[in-house]
Design a protein around this ligand. Structure first.
Ligand code: AMP
Length: 215
């Protein structure tokens, strides 16, 4: 089973991806996490991607596709894509790559959240520096302020979750990623989910869709 999670920045893709990849034993591919790790380790990829990310722009398709192909080349499990594809060109390249390997995207889960709540969710988001667990200070705060419940790591506000960058990321989403809704609707594997509900409810709604797809 290969799944794409689609939606605004802050729509809950990362939170859902972690829950679903555990539940369905899928290989979780978050291009955002890959770039952040590359930036932290100051690799060539990180140096190239950093400027785009801090400005809230998309990393160029060519670079993203190289990263994806390298990640998938040795993986045999089903894949859960989180934050990829983000452009129609990336979606076409993924289709070609999968088709040539006799695979397909089984379901595209669209986390439907309105723009206003995305801004407040991103501003309240904190991520564990160590294990990347995601918190929301308003709806799912850690037990101890600033500290990850799961591993004791320090919780950080992502640099690109600042108000000015959030504005750019939303504009970029509308211009470059939203066309994927029409792209995948036409492909017939598109499943909208109410993303504004509590994370456990969203996860069970997604699970219901995936279970009918695999039956
Ligand atoms: P995310 O953690 O998914 O919100 O991604 C953080 C940032 O990484 C985005 O704002 C982009 O700058 C970059 N990024 C992540 N995934 C992609 C992608 N598929 N295509 C282009 N840029 C990406």
């Amino acid at each position: 089973m290969n799944i794409v999670l689609l939606g605004y920045p802050g729509s809950g893709k990362g939170t859902q991806a972690k829950m679903l990849s555990d539940k369905f034993s899928l290989f979780h591919v978050s291009t955002g996490d890959i770039f952040r790790e590359a930036i932290a380790s100051k690799s060539a990829l990180g140096l190239e991607a950093a400027g785009y990310i801090s400005a809230g722009k998309l990393v160029p398709d060519k670079l993203v596709l190289e990263v994806i192909k390298a990640r998938l080349s040795t993986e045999t499990r089903g894949v859960l894509f989180d934050g990829f594809p983000r452009t129609v060109e990336q979606a076409r390249a993924l289709d070609e790559y999968f088709t040539s390997g006799g695979r397909r995207i089984d379901a595209v889960i669209f986390l439907d959240v309105d723009e206003g709540s995305v801004v407040s969710r991103l501003s309240a988001r904190r991520t564990c520096k160590e294990c990347q667990k995601i918190y929301n200070l308003l709806t799912s705060p850690p037990a101890k302020e600033g500290i990850c419940d799961a591993c004791g790591g320090v919780l950080l506000l992502r640099a690109d979750d600042s108000p000015a960058v959030i504005k750019n990321r939303i504009a970029v989403y509308k211009a470059q990623t939203e066309p994927l809704v029409a792209y995948y609707k036409a492909a017939g594997n598109f499943h909208p989910i109410m993303g504004g509900e509590a994370p456990d409810k969203v996860a069970s709604d997604i699970t219901a869709v995936l279970e009918t797809r695999t039956r």
